[in-house]
Design a protein around this ligand. Structure first.
Ligand code: KG4
Ligand code: ZN
Length: 342
């Protein structure tokens, strides 16, 4: 592959409940990343409250950009472009980041690049901390498993910025299933980390929950699993004894990991992938990471733990590849709350 030109990208991400900014050099080396989480604000509602999210973004956005530039010891004149999450996400939240990015671009004369949040998650696996030795780059063809709170899909990437969608969830996203089952088990929000922690003390074999294999297609389904956990909880509650929450969490997590891992491996084999990439909030899950790291058939690329959930480093990384491939967006660019990757 020809050498890509050097560039520094500042990116802004406000698609959901994190206000984030980052600066990345040459698509991979992370110079600074700041994430202002609204988790505590939304926890009391048991999920993201869109109207509250937009207002929090307005409060945090400018300080987050200032902190990022200070952390990187840079000013706007040291960067080559401003990237911003255009979608998918909450319209009101996206608009805050988009308007700030436009303001920065207009005020500084920098080019503006709109980026898909999903593409950002995938490119988080290219990122490393500047100063560290660069890990090897994901090779193409690449099988990308994207598992977040809003999306669960398998994509084949033949080269940079191109996606062939093999399959996706027919109902709940993997992260959404973690969140819903966590609520059911009284574990709070966000559910993924809570289930992971609780499952550590549990026996994954005590309850065998169903796996929706959907043979012959690359899609996923998690709603049956969620219902099976609910039914099991109801049955156990009838007994009047305290719920074996750790075993339930471990059994649920094992079912999700089993399906995600097995289908990604099968797809990688069938489509001749050189490696597997796993990204999105659920890629932080220890059991899922272990399943992939234990096998030796395919090299596996995962983002650093801090970049699995929403951040702007991933938007800067994807923004770099879009920028050096010539993408420039106008000040008339609008947000796209619904925006499939492929
Ligand atoms: O990528 P992300 O931050 O936001 C979206 O784009 O959706 O993903 C958030 C999702 C939540 O559903 C959260 O429960 C899940 O990722 N998550 C995890 C873990 N950490 C976050 N799921 C399982 N295990 C984890 N350790
Ligand atoms: Zn996300």
């Amino acid at each position: 592959m020809p050498e890509l030109p050097p560039a520094r990208i500042l990116a802004i991400e406000t698609s959901c409940d994190e206000t984030a900014c980052a600066v990345i050099e040459n698509g991979r080396a992370l110079l600074a990343s700041v994430v202002a989480s609204q988790m505590d604000v939304h926890a009391r509602y048991g999920g993201v409250f869109p109207e509250v999210a937009s207002r929090q973004h307005i409060l945090s956005a400018v300080p987050v950009v200032e902190q990022t530039l200070a952390q990187a010891h840079l000013t706007l004149s040291d960067v080559d472009a401003v990237a911003v999450t255009r979608g998918p996400g909450l319209a009101g939240s996206l608009v805050v980041g988009m308007n700030l990015a436009k303001g920065l671009a207009l005020g500084s004369g920098l080019p503006l690049v709109g980026v898909s949040h999903l593409e950002g998650h995938i490119y988080s696996a290219w990122v490393y901390d500047a100063g560290d030795t660069p890990p090897s780059e994901p090779p193409f063809p690449l099988l990308a498993l994207l598992v977040s709170g809003g999306h669960t899909e398998l994509n084949l990437m033949e080269k940079h910025l191109t996606y062939k969608r093999l399959g996706a969830t027919l109902d709940d996203a993997a992260g959404e299933a973690f969140d819903k089952v966590a609520r059911l088990l009284g574990l709070g929000y966000p559910g993924g980390p809570a289930i992971q922690k609780t499952a550590e003390d549990g026996d994954p074999a005590r309850f065998t929950f169903p796996r929706a294999w959907l043979e012959g297609r690359w899609d996923f389904s998690f709603s049956g699993l969620k219902t099976a956990v609910l039914r099991q909880v109801r049955d156990l509650e009838k007994g009047g004894r305290p719920l074996p929450v750790a075993d339930l969490a471990a059994g649920f997590q094992a079912a999700v990991v089993d399906v995600l891992f097995s289908k990604a491996m099968q797809a990688a084999r069938q489509f001749g992938a050189k490696a597997i990439l796993v990204a999105g909030g659920v890629s932080a899950n220890r059991a899922l990471r272990q399943a992939f790291s234990k096998q030796k058939e395919f090299p596996v690329h995962v983002p650093p733990l801090s970049l699995c959930t929403d951040n702007a480093a991933m938007i800067a990384a994807a923004g770099y590849y879009r920028f050096v491939h010539g993408q420039r967006d106008g000040l008339d660019m609008d947000v796209l709350p619904t925006w499939p990757l492929a």
